[in-house]
Design a protein around this ligand. Sequence first.
Ligand SMILES: *Cc1c(COP(=O)(O)O)cnc(C)c1O
Ligand SMILES: *[C@@H]1O[C@H](CO)[C@@H](O)[C@H](O)[C@H]1NC(C)=O
Length: 384
Amino acid sequence: MMKWVLLLLALFGASPTASFTLVKSVRFSRCLRAAATDCPLPGTAKLDVDWKDLGFEFRPTKSHLKLEYKDGAWGKPELVSEPYIKLHIGATALHYGQACFEGLKAFAHEDNSVHMFRPDENAKRLKSSCERTMMPVVPPELFLEAAREVVKDNMAYVPPYGSNGAMYLRPLMFGSGPRIGLQPADEYTFLIMVLPVGDYYKDGLAPIPALVIEDYDRAAPRGVGNVKVAGNYVADLLPNMEGKKKGFPIGLYLDSSTQSTIEEFSTSNFIGINKKEKKYVTPKSSSVLPSITNKSLMDLAKDGGWKVEQREIPIKELETFEEVIACGTAVVVTPIGKVVKGDDIYNFGDGKTVGETTMELYTRMRKIQNGEEEDKFGWNVQVC
Ligand SMILES: *Cc1c(COP(=O)(O)O)cnc(C)c1O
Ligand SMILES: *[C@@H]1O[C@H](CO)[C@@H](O)[C@H](O)[C@H]1NC(C)=O
């Protein structure tokens, strides 16, 4: 019996002292290679809600993907069913915020094939976040393979075509090795968590009011605003809650050094639509997070004959926009009905109806994601 245990341990390259955790992780993890190579059907899992009623919140699925970096090299990706990690109390992510993340979606098409939306862009952005925070880069090919495998393993949880939901992928990278002096960790953990999410706009799109945040900054010009690090979100938590209490579901940040040009909304990019001049305007700044949704909408706008400008936008220019959009993966677009800055109020349209350009961009993007319109830019990456 003991011989078998030792053999098993040797097979997994562990020392006998690690036997307890090892048995557990053997039970809960499977090597990627053992994952299904055939393609299961999306939308077959039994959830506690109807696919149509899914929101945007955590929900258990079959597995997440885990990949560890130790001794200067990446290990093998594993699919793990327990939603927990065992973490060293000295981990740099906990003490110094050495952590970044990504967000992307996968959609089921009518023929039950499942496609991720521009995962190559997330791989690139993760690389720049890792470089800025001194974390090892997940090679883009490895990122894509890992994303594909974890979606495949959780295929039953991909909302079916017609539900208007999606599988949300949340890649996460952090320093898991201990360090107390200020230095990068020497061990890292990369995870991809997946969860089914619903259509943000079950009851249709509706404009919301935005508040210009004047008492706080989200990002500094030469700081980390242009990479997707965890700390950017904690900086926005309090301003966000204060704005919500005042009746504004979304906050708009100006540039932190002069407070005179528009940067971005708390977790989404800013787009101004100037109809008279047929212009799509989005800020250029060193402290704005380059949104993949914004990048995609820019291509759709150009394709539709719009002039696309990426430049500084003085706050006063808000007067020239008929439509203002906040954009990001979770929603694609959020129409902004008005922007309030102290006593100044900028209105867009009647504040109640969704602008036609916003609607057109949204519809076209969603159709491409759902496989209902030709993917002429080659954005969809098939999982299987
Ligand atoms: C993630 C994020 C966005 C949206 O980016 P997408 O790639 O479109 O999802 C916008 N602003 C900030 C600050 C973000 O972190
Ligand atoms: C819009 O997206 C592009 C490409 O990702 C980015 O360079 C630009 O800064 C974005 N605009 C805003 C407001 O973030």
